[in-house]
Design a protein around this ligand. Structure first.
Ligand code: ZN
Length: 266
């Protein structure tokens, strides 16, 4: 064996060792996103109803389409909720709901099947709306028990507290986030009452009273949370065309989708 071979062998061993170290140290972060296999996202939305909800959905589609190009995931959107079926979702890693929810029992059943078999969900704003007329107890459990109780009006900006700064979804956020104008929902019971729920961001009580026509004066108002029994995140943001005006909040939106897609957050 000549010296050259030995050197080459040594070099190769060193390269392998460095690669192993990078993987071991969570250095997937050092690996570029494009080197990772793309994951697939489908966003369901509606172009009917509240114009401010539609405006948000359109901006969210643009935001995540651009992010997908940078972070190597495939983002598609559909107005057809019948696409919420086992065949369509077979190679879909994340389902997003942009201000709408399933319209019939078959779509609900397909979603339950998807989530109980390892699917991931990101829901915004009115997507989680439910009251006594909804008649979908599985979904209330999925949300961690949250039932819509009230909202402020008109939409207003708010200071949010980051409850779980070490969570990958909160990575890079300061202790508080200045969230642009939104319609805030309060839930009773609060999902925080459920020990399986991890609240990530909460409306800071300093915002109270919030609203002019409809005012929330007090209470626990979780804004972003996950029910740890599922791979899911709910975000209350989603009313109007100001939501994506905050770079710090956009970071949260980016982190959430990457985490749901199985990626390390940047
Ligand atoms: Zn709204």
């Amino acid at each position: 064996m000549g010296g050259g071979t030995l050197i080459r062998f040594g070099l190769r061993a060193a390269v392998i060792a460095v690669m192993a170290l990078a993987v071991w140290s969570g250095g997937a972060a050092a690996q570029s996103a494009t080197a990772q296999a793309p994951f697939h996202v489908v966003a369901f939305w509606t172009d009917k109803g509240e114009p401010d909800h539609i405006a948000f959905a359109k901006q969210a589609i643009a935001f995540y389409t651009e992010l997908g190009k940078k972070q190597n995931f495939e983002f598609s959107s559909t107005l057809n909720w019948d696409d919420l079926n086992a065949v369509r979702l077979e190679d879909v890693q994340v389902v997003v709901w942009l201000n709408d929810f399933p319209h019939n029992a078959a779509q609900r059943a397909a979603f339950e099947e998807y989530m109980t078999h390892g699917g991931a969900w990101l829901g915004f704003h009115v997507s989680a709306y439910n009251d006594e007329s909804t008649g979908w107890p599985w979904f209330v459990k999925f949300l961690g028990g949250a039932v819509f109780y009230g909202n402020n009006w008109p939409p207003l900006p708010a200071l949010l507290d980051v409850d779980a700064p070490s969570d990958p979804v909160a990575k890079g956020l300061a202790k508080t986030v200045n969230s642009p104008s939104n319609e805030w929902y309060i839930w009773k019971p609060s999902p925080r009452a459920n020990p399986d729920v991890k609240v990530l961001l909460t409306l800071d009580p300093k915002n109270y009273p919030i609203g002019l026509k409809d005012t929330i004066t007090a209470g626990d108002l979780p804004v972003v949370w996950t029910n740890t029994k599922f791979h899911m995140i709910y975000m209350n943001m989603g009313h109007g065309d100001k939501i994506f005006d905050s770079a710090e909040q956009n970071r949260l939106f980016e982190n959430a989708l990457l985490w749901l897609g199985g990626r390390a957050t940047p």
